[in-house]
Design a protein around this ligand. Structure first.
Ligand SMILES: Cc1cc2nc3c(=O)[nH]c(=O)nc-3n(C[C@H](O)[C@H](O)[C@H](O)COP(=O)(O)OP(=O)(O)OC[C@H]3O[C@@H](n4cnc5c(N)ncnc54)[C@H](O)[C@@H]3O)c2cc1C
Length: 479
């Protein structure tokens, strides 16, 4: 996306997201250099509608607008301060997480939680509750947000800090619907080290038992092998920095970040060979994993990967811990029947699908799709936010991700749509706001506090300037 370097405004250019599945031409695109300029632009364009884009990593069409699209890349100042014995960091909404982490690391500090990549902007990441594994989402750690929105009459722009109560819980994950976030304050923690070990596991109970020792772990269901690999992770007081730790980083980059992805691209995208995909995952992939290595590294290096190197699309759904065993069994069954039309669904899966009116539709996905990437599962603690995917209840939430490199494949969307519908109807699974999901399946019940969130949104923006398009169509938003 070519941008006007002087903070000027242009219209008519096509904007697309990381996955290339969202493309549109905003009426105007602006790159303001100050908060005052943000206010001026918002007021000037209130009749057209206003959305903000971060680094455009979301796969859901949240940033789509025919009105004004703001890019806050110049609002990226970082400032550290102490308050009531706590260290806080105040950061411009357009600052990239990678830049914030580098700034904090130089001062022996870091964020309490990070996602798989660090390319997102701070405001973009919290706006969809970006998460890692074993902790809360980033939204949970937000202490204060500086927001540009409208007054009660909808005619004047207001700028204020939101730092308590329901409004803070709402703005922590607000999809850009409450207004423009110009600054975010996080609680930060001392930098810490993480030890990791990649091990196979035959069953889900085995994987979950490991959590008590390695609470930051995430795990993968390997398609066509139908076994789990667990990336066991725990904080450690040991120093790390040994040659073997550094070699591991190189191994991970060459074998996983690059090698695995090149193989997937070759088999699934260029050759489109389902036979090779099956062969690779069922027999060759296990040989690429070194299970004896237990490297130690800084948290902001160990917990991330270079997953942004190759473009892909992703669907991610959150289920409660008590539903995880049954949900994973269903996902495996659906992956298998999509790969092999002669596969017979288990009694339990058939009964669940029948109950929600989907059993008759299984024929639409039979044999349509051989999945070509491990299914990643992460544990996210209950957030203190209104509508983050892991908000509410007392159980941990587990996210289940389907990642696809055949970005144009209609079969993948059909399959992902079916899996999304099944998990959302059977388990009340919540879709990640920043990832693709079957929009028609979303109900108010999926997010019990969505109704209250919508009321607070209307309070900040009575005329609906920030909720045109996708956000405006969410359940409860237009009432
Ligand atoms: C390769 C890759 C890996 C990923 N890994 C993870 C992961 O590990 N965990 C996870 O949870 N997610 C992950 N994501 C999803 C990603 O973290 C979210 O989609 C995130 O919202 C993207 O942030 P962004 O800065 O790109 O924002 P965008 O995608 O540009 O926007 C996302 C939302 O934020 C809003 N927004 C942005 N800036 C502002 C602002 N200043 N004020 C108000 N609203 C604003 C937008 O309006 C929109 O609603 C990944 C995505 C990719 C492409």
């Amino acid at each position: 996306m070519a941008l006007d370097s002087g903070g000027g405004v242009r219209g008519g250019r096509e904007v697309s997201n990381f996955g290339g599945n969202v493309r549109f031409r905003p009426g105007r695109l602006a790159v303001p250099r100050s908060e005052a300029e943000v206010c001026r632009l918002v007021l000037e364009h209130r009749a057209d509608g206003v959305r903000v884009a971060g680094s455009r990593h979301a796969w859901s069409p949240l940033i789509r607008t025919s009105g004004l699209l703001l890019d806050l890349r110049h609002l990226d100042a970082v400032r550290l301060y102490e308050e009531g014995g706590r260290v806080l960091v105040s950061v411009g909404g357009g600052c990239r997480i990678s830049r914030l982490l580098a700034y904090l690391n130089d001062r022996g500090l870091t964020l309490p939680s990070v996602g798989l990549i660090t390319e997102q902007t701070v405001a973009g990441a919290i706006s969809t509750a970006t998460h890692g594994s074993g902790r809360h989402s980033l939204s949970h750690y937000v202490q204060r947000v500086r927001l540009v929105h409208f007054d009660g009459g909808g005619g004047e722009v207001v700028v204020r800090w939101i730092d308590s109560g329901e409004e803070l819980r709402a703005v922590r994950c607000s999809l850009g619907a409450m207004g423009v976030i110009t600054e975010v304050v996080f609680a930060v923690v001392p930098q810490y080290r993480v030890q990791e070990q990649l091990v196979p596991a035959g069953t889900l109970p085995e994987v979950l038992r490991m959590e008590s020792e390695t609470p930051l772990q995430q795990f993968f269901l390997v398609p066509h092998l139908w076994r789990f690999y667990v990336q066991r992770r725990a904080e450690t007081a040991e120093p790390g920095g040994r040659l073997t730790d550094q070699l591991y980083r190189l191994y991970w980059f060459l074998m996983m970040d690059i090698g695995l992805h090149l193989v997937v691209l070759l088999m699934a995208v260029f050759l489109r060979s389902r036979v090779l995909v099956r062969l690779f995952f069922s027999t060759l992939m296990p040989w690429t994993v070194v299970t004896s290595w237990r490297p130690i590294d800084r948290s902001d290096r160990q917990l991330v990967m270079e997953h942004e190197l190759f473009r892909h699309v992703e669907e991610e759904l959150f289920v409660r811990r008590s539903d995880l065993p049954s949900a994973m069994a269903l996902v495996e069954d659906l992956l298998r029947v999509a790969d092999d039309r002669t596969w017979r669904l288990s009694e339990a899966s058939s009964e669940q699908l029948r109950r929600v009116g989907l059993l008759g539709d299984v024929s639409e996905i039979e044999g349509c799709w051989s999945h070509h990437y491990p299914i990643c599962v992460r544990r996210v603690r209950v957030d203190d936010a209104l509508i983050s995917m892991s908000s509410g209840g007392s159980e941990d939430w587990y996210s289940i991700s389907l990642i696809n490199y055949q970005r144009e494949s209609a079969e993948f969307w059909r399959f992902a749509g079916f899996v999304g519908a099944a998990l959302m109807r059977i388990y009340g699974a919540r879709p990640h706001w920043g990832k693709w999901f079957p929009e028609g399946e979303l109900r108010l019940e999926h997010y019990p506090e969505l109704g209250r969130f919508c009321e607070l949104v209307r309070h900040c923006d009575p005329a609906g300037v920030f909720r045109r398009g996708f956000v405006g169509q969410l359940p409860g938003m237009s009432e």
